[in-house]
Design a protein around this ligand. Sequence first.
Ligand SMILES: NC(=O)C1=CN([C@@H]2O[C@H](COP(=O)(O)OP(=O)(O)OC[C@H]3O[C@@H](n4cnc5c(N)ncnc54)[C@H](OP(=O)(O)O)[C@@H]3O)[C@@H](O)[C@H]2O)C=CC1
Ligand SMILES: O=C(O)C1=N[C@H](C(=O)O)C[C@H](O)C1
Length: 251
Amino acid sequence: MSNKLRVAVIGAKGRIGSEAARAVAAAEDLELVAALDRDDKLAALTEAGAQVAVDLTHPDAVMGNLEFLVGHGVHAVVGTTGWTSERLAKLAEWLDASPPTGVLIAPNFSIGAVLTMAFARQAARFFESAEVVELHHPNKADAPSGTATRTAQLIAEARREAGCAPQPDATTTALDGARGADVDGVPVHAVRLRGLLAHQEVLLGGEGETLTIRHDSLHHSSFMPGILLGVRRVVSTPGLTFGLEHFLDLN
Ligand SMILES: NC(=O)C1=CN([C@@H]2O[C@H](COP(=O)(O)OP(=O)(O)OC[C@H]3O[C@@H](n4cnc5c(N)ncnc54)[C@H](OP(=O)(O)O)[C@@H]3O)[C@@H](O)[C@H]2O)C=CC1
Ligand SMILES: O=C(O)C1=N[C@H](C(=O)O)C[C@H](O)C1
């Protein structure tokens, strides 16, 4: 029996899942024991002895997958989007019933995106205005992106903690959607465009100046080091970890 960590990928035929399955198979310390997609039975991964599963499926599928994984004591690394406070509360219930199990949910696995979120949080209290623009390929199911939602939440949190005033905005008449989605008071705009992969700009504005923080994922390979780090760390991190930054030494 090898000492390699036994890993399953769910969503293994998808854009990021197929890349993740290749990255796991190529890692010397990991063994890809199951590569599942739609219509495959989750039991196949427990039968294969998976210790960790990477979920890269769809917001409609991820909760069912996690109920199974946590219920069977399989650690999970989740890139799938669609997280709400209700979903997180349900996941916390399942984890309470399975204390040794670890789940990492990462809105974004790329180091540049994680840094963008951290920099945006750091900068937010110094500017009157903050808006987020995310730009993705047109096959994406959810809008706004999980990364943009999280970025806006972090900006809002930082502004609340610093006692910032609400953002200035004199709009009294607008077409539906013209000012984007309101995430905790931060406007978030979603662009879907053929040719793009995953991109984000955080726009910050103050008196006489603006600051733009931009990140571009140009290939799915940008997500792989973060996924592999998550797989290696989640097995010794029981409970829920939200955000890859908790596995990075950012200070
Ligand atoms: N956190 C991060 O860094 C990243 C997260 N993502 C997220 O990952 C998710 C997947 O993205 P992407 O690869 O572009 O999407 P794709 O549609 O290309 O891939 C998803 C795959 O999962 C399959 N699938 C759907 N439902 C199930 C199920 N119940 N069980 C097993 N497999 C299932 C799909 O099958 P079918 O095609 O038949 O529906 C498809 O093969 C999205 O939520 C996306 O936002 C993406 C990139 C980076
Ligand atoms: O669907 C995608 O492609 C991506 N999804 C994630 C998100 O919604 O933030 C991460 C990245 O933006 C790519």
